[in-house]
Design a protein around this ligand. Structure first.
Ligand SMILES: O=P(O)(O)O[C@@H]1C[C@H](O)[C@@H](CO)O1
Length: 294
């Protein structure tokens, strides 16, 4: 597609045992490199088939709201272009539901991307942050996607989250970034999820930084919790689309247009990073180790 409004990076991705690899993504450049033949086989009426549209309805400007199937680096993928956010009015478990669908399709790895505001003063707009850990603020108030009766078919009642973001996957992504010459804008850090849709106040932003946050956004953490619940391996990547306002003297205001604009500018780099990482995973030795790490 040539719709530049859809260039905002925001994705979830997963590797499968039955079908190798599933990517969920809203990053349009990633979609554009998915193998079209397989896509057409799976979706004969093409992307405009209203059946696909009915799968979910998104209300966020610049977010496409599509599922696309295809091949990425020779691996079968499903790209989710656009995600549910709680600020759209959905319960948190509904927002994370697509991850369970990917799991049921045989996905074993989730690659999830998002747009986020930089809290770490060393960061710059356009940096790409590999997520090392998360601060899931809705969870502190009891709003966890696993809340309620546990469905044992997906996973156990209680799960560890100290290893949520797979260390091996992070290493592979750093390697991929090095090969691409992306080191100068690669970062690693802690992602904070807030409910949105209002951006942070200055006091809130300072608190997030004080608590160890490097970037903040309005998604991802609940998807990662559900992925870990069903034993999926997770890689998370944040694009720093704006720097969060931290100073009362600052006249700049957070805005969604800047988020979309940075997404458009860095879209290609995000695409090549994911593609290159997936290529590295193709190495059978790596794959064995990765599977063992789940
Ligand atoms: O879906 P993500 O978290 O990438 O999107 C962020 C949060 C809001 O949806 C939007 C704010 O501009 O971008």
């Amino acid at each position: 597609t040539s719709d530049s409004k859809e260039n905002k990076p925001d994705s979830s991705a997963a590797l499968t045992e039955t079908s190798d690899f599933i990517v969920g993504s809203r990053e349009i450049h990633l979609i554009s490199i998915v193998d079209v033949d397989l896509l057409l086989k799976l979706s004969p009426n093409g992307l405009n088939n209203p059946q696909w549209r009915r799968l979910y309805t998104l209300q966020v400007p610049g977010h496409a709201g599509r599922l696309v199937f295809g091949l990425l680096s020779g691996k079968e993928v499903v790209c989710m272009q656009g995600r549910f956010h709680t600020y759209e009015g959905y319960p948190i478990s509904t927002c994370a539901m697509p991850v369970r669908v990917f799991h049921l399709m045989g996905a074993h790895t989730l690659i999830v991307t998002n747009a986020s505001g930089g809290l770490n003063p060393a960061f710059n707009v356009g940096d790409i942050m590999i997520i090392k850990d998360q601060l899931y603020f809705p969870g502190f108030a009891g709003d966890n996607p696993l809340r309620g009766i546990n469905d044992e078919r997906f996973g156990p009642r209680f799960i560890a989250m100290s290893n949520a973001y797979d260390a091996k996957m992070r290493k592979l992504t750093h390697q991929a970034a090095k090969e691409l010459g992306h080191e100068k804008f690669m970062r690693e850090g802690v992602y904070c999820m807030l409910g949105g849709p209002s951006f942070e106040t200055i006091a809130e932003a300072r608190m997030l930084r004080l608590l160890g946050g490097d970037a903040c956004g309005m998604s991802t953490c609940h998807e990662v919790i559900v992925a870990r619940h069903c034993g999926m391996r997770v890689l998370g990547i944040s694009l720093i689309t704006n720097m969060v306002v931290m100073d009362y003297d600052e006249v700049r205001l957070a805005n969604h247009e800047e988020v979309l604009e940075t997404g458009r500018k860095r879209g290609r780099d995000m695409q090549s990073l994911v593609l290159n990482t997936v290529q590295q995973i193709e190495d059978p030795e790596d794959d064995d180790e990765l599977s063992a790490a789940v």
